[in-house]
Design a protein around this ligand. Structure first.
Ligand code: AGP
Length: 613
């Protein structure tokens, strides 16, 4: 999605903005630009493509100022080119925008009838015209004028803007698309996300929907669209700038795969007591919800988070004997779901800004369901739209392909399942103690899985040019087959399909021949292990190349099954196996993609946070 940054302070605004945009590159973009106020007007620099092009333009034609706005654009309306790149200027206003204006055609027609000319194909440009029009009518109060203009918009926006009649004022507003205000020493920032400003300050204010901010040399004020003051809390981000850097790894994704033991430790820390078998409800974000009142769960998510939701279903149904329904955020609200106050709707989202998942949570609110979010970003939108939040503490996940967010979501769901099982009496204290003791052991077992990275790279080297992969798993490991396939396809661009192993004979088996690697996740502690082994035999009978991830050795497999590559993970209790099995599947995808030379951290066509429908 688009990245926004604005700056007001003693430093050179162009430098601060360019640096901030580089730290937002992971959000995916196709053009970039910036604007500063100079001699009563705007100096605008824009370029299609990567930030290096904008940097070259600034070297040839520098601008120095202490106030400016910048943008990386992920096209939604209008082709990716310099003309459509932000900032967009109308009269006294320059604006950068992230989001989608759904009624922009009608507003554009109205503005054109007013005699306004347009220079781009974008929806964003109308924002500049609307605010310029309002300011020219009455600029006694900049935020009031902005509020009148923004009240006309339908859709989503995070925006930063300049009014060249106020050369020391930075303005910003948000609705649905994320935006934060950074408070430095004598300097201020607005940005789409924390990494953009973390090298300057860790004190932030998260703007909520329909909030506007005016920043001047002496401070800032936040109002609603009707210019009524809104009190805001200042939050301190615990991430250090270095955490958001690569820490010596070739890619953010590899760093984040190796951070998983630490991320799981941080996610379970202080939330359970193994010696008593207790998980602490108030640390689970259930807030005012008495878990005993919950009769049914519905978990909604997208992508990797949806795979975590599928694992969560198995855990909670088996351990707590509570019915769990899982749905995709993009489907949920269009099927008129059945929800009520006895339903707990859980939205899982690493970014907390995924439009489809947010919309599903809002559907839950509209139908009276209790709402909990499992999220990795403090203060993100989803966390402020649910009654409770169970934060994963994975730290910033910069790589577009989600890894440590996934395993920490599984850890969070495991704790929730044990808590609910305790409340409902479906697990004895002894069973809960054993489970939690194993959870505490997990990070060490994850380190053992990571030790297999070099060997997995050698396997990846042999398979990197195949055209199709099939991933198979049964029961609790079926979502891992889906996740392994998603990881491979989204970063290596090789077609890969995850399938329930038992379903393969109903169609996909036609795909199998000596050119198709079949990755099978099979745990010896699974009640369907022997059936998974039979599925491997079916693959082998059709010359499929078997890559097996398992926690048992070759002796447990039929001796006549030719397994080309066997990747062993340590044993743990069955319900925690997904957290361990995820690691070799992530590493296989990473090494194949790295060997193929794709853009691992920013794969083509993908964005880290999909903040539009
Ligand atoms: C995962 O590797 C993908 N990048 C993508 O599927 C992602 O999981 C999905 O967009 C959901 O994102 P969220 O967890 O931030 O809501």
């Amino acid at each position: 999605m688009c990245g926004i940054i604005g700056y007001l302070g003693p430093q050179d605004a162009s430098e601060v903005i360019l640096d901030g945009l580089k730290r937002l590159e992971y959000r995916g973009y196709d053009s970039a630009g910036l604007a500063v106020i100079k001699d009563g007007g705007f100096e605008v620099r824009r370029a299609e493509g990567k930030l290096q092009k904008l940097e070259a333009i600034l070297r040839d034609n520098p601008v120095r100022a202490h106030l400016g706005i910048g943008h990386t654009r992920w096209a939604t309306h209008g082709r990716p080119n310099e003309t459509n790149a932000h900032p967009h200027v109308s009269g006294r206003v320059a604006v950068v925008h992230n989001g989608i204006i759904e009624n922009f055609s009608a507003l554009k027609a109205e503005l054109a009838a007013d005699g306004r000319d347009f220079s781009s194909e974008t929806d964003s440009e109308i924002i500049a015209h609307l605010i310029d029009r309002e300011l020219s009518r009455n600029d006694d109060d900049l935020l009031a004028a902005m509020g009148r203009a923004l009240a006309l918009l339908e859709g989503s926006f995070a925006l930063a803007l300049l009014d060249h009649r106020h050369p020391d004022t930075l303005l910003a507003a948000r609705k649905e698309s994320p935006l934060i205000l950074g408070l430095g020493e004598g300097e201020f920032f607005v940005a789409s996300d924390v990494p953009a400003i973390l090298t300057h300050t860790n004190r932030v204010v998260y703007l909520d929907d329909d909030e506007l901010v005016e920043v001047g040399p002496d401070g800032y004020r936040v109002t609603d669209l009707a210019a009524r003051p809104v009190p805001k809390e200042v939050q301190t981000i615990s991430w250090s700038p270095v955490m958001a850097e690569k820490a010596g790894y070739k890619h953010f994704m590899l760093k984040e795969i190796f951070e998983q033991p630490r991320a799981v430790i941080d996610t379970i820390r202080g939330r359970l007591r193994a010696e008593t078998g207790d998980v602490f409800p108030d640390d689970l974000g259930l807030g005012k919800m008495a878990s005993g009142e919950i009769e049914r769960l519905v978990i909604v998510a997208c992508g990797t988070s949806w795979h975590a939701a599928l694992v969560g279903k198995f855990l909670i149904e088996e351990l707590a004997r509570l019915p769990v329904e899982v749905d995709l955020g993009s489907e949920f609200r269009y099927r008129n779901p059945i929800l009520d106050e006895r339903t707990l709707l859980i939205g899982i989202s690493q970014s907390g800004e995924t439009a489809d998942t947010l919309a599903a949570v809002r559907e839950g609110r509209a139908k009276g369901a209790r709402r909990l979010s499992i999220c990795n970003v403090v203060g993100s939108t989803i966390t402020r739209e649910t009654e409770g939040v169970l934060y994963t503490h994975a730290g910033p996940e910069i790589g577009v392909a989600s890894t440590k967010a996934f395993t920490t979501q599984l850890a969070a769901l495991s704790m929730l399942a044990v808590h609910l099982a305790g409340v409902r009496g479906t697990m004895s204290q002894a069973e809960r103690r054993a489970f939690l003791e194993e959870m505490i052991r997990l990070p060490r077992l994850m380190e053992d899985c990571l030790d297999g990275s070099d060997r997995i790279r050698s396997i990846a080297r042999q398979l990197m040019n195949r055209r199709d992969f099939l991933y198979l798993g049964r029961g609790l490991l079926y979502p891992l087959a889906l996740e392994g396939a998603l990881k491979l396809k989204e970063i290596s661009y090789i077609h890969a399909e995850g399938y329930p192993a038992g379903e393969m004979k109903h169609g996909p088996i036609a795909l199998i021949d000596e050119d198709v690697p079949v990755v099978v996740a099979a745990s010896g502690s699974s009640p369907t292990f022997d059936k998974a082994v039979s599925n491997m035999a079916e693959v082998a009978a059709r010359q499929g190349e078997l890559v097996v991830v398992s926690d048992v050795g070759p002796d447990r497999f039929f001796s006549d099954i030719p397994i080309s590559h066997l990747i062993i993970v340590p044993e743990t209790v069955f319900h925690l196996t997904p957290i361990l099995f995820a690691i070799p599947l992530q590493l296989l995808a990473y090494h194949v993609a790295d060997l193929r030379g794709t853009d691992v951290d920013q794969p083509r066509n993908l964005a880290k946070s999909v903040t539009v429908e």
